[in-house]
Design a protein around this ligand. Sequence first.
Ligand code: ADP
Length: 218
Amino acid sequence: MKKEFAVIGLGRFGGSICKTLSDQGMEVLAIDIDEEKVNEYANVASHAVVGDSMDEGVLKSLGIRNFDHVIVAIGDNIQASILTTLILKELGVEKITVKAQNDYHAKVLSKIGANFIVHPERDMGRRIANNMISNSVLDYLELSEEHSIVELVASKRMAGNTLIELDIRAKYGINIVAIKRDRDIIVSPQASETIQEGDVLIVIGADADINRFENKFA
Ligand code: ADP
C-alpha cells in the first residue's frame, strides 16, 4: 500500500520534501497558512489545502491521524511549530518529523514526543564542510557524533592492493562495506578484491580511524 504523508509548511524545506515525495509517487497532503504557497504546490502534491495547523479543528477535519507520517516544516515561527507538533501528538499521529530551528527548539520537540527532529541547515553545513576538508571524500553520512559512513575515492597508493594486503580492519578498525567501480557496485567485497585507482570505497567506522586511513594513503 502507498504511504501517505502530510507536509505542514511549504517553505524551502517543506516544499522540497513535498516535491521529492510526490516525484517518488507518494500520496502527499500539503498544508500551509499562506494561500500563495498552497497554489504553488497545487499541481505538485496530491492535495494542497490552506489551513492553520495551530487549529486543532483544521487538522482533525483533514483526518491527519490517518497519515503514516506528518512532517512539520514550519521555519521561523517556533511557537507554531511546537503547538502543531503537540496537537499532532495529541491526535495520535504515529510518526512526526519536525524541523528544528535551534537546540532549544529541538529539546522542546523531543520532550513533547516528536519522533524525528531534523536540523537541515546545520547538518548540510557540516556535511559540506566535511566534504570540503578532503579531496577524496565524496560524501558522508553521520551515524553518531563519532561514527560515519564515508565515500572515499581510492588513491594511487591504495591501488593494486587487495583488501587483505591493506588489512584495514585490523590496522584501522574500519570496514569497507562496498566498492563502486564504474557502473558496478561490489557489496561486501571479498578480502581478495584488488582496489583499483578511482574506485569509490564505502567505508564505515569511527571518524578518527577513517581519517587515519585516508591520510596514510593520501
Ligand atoms: P524555510 O526556512 O524552510 O523556507 P519558512 O519559515 O520560510 O521555512 O516556511 C515555513 C512555511 O510554514 C511558510 O510557508 C509559512 O506560511 C508556513 N506556516 C507558518 N505557520 C503556519 C501555520 N500555523 N500553519 C500552516 N503553515 C504555516
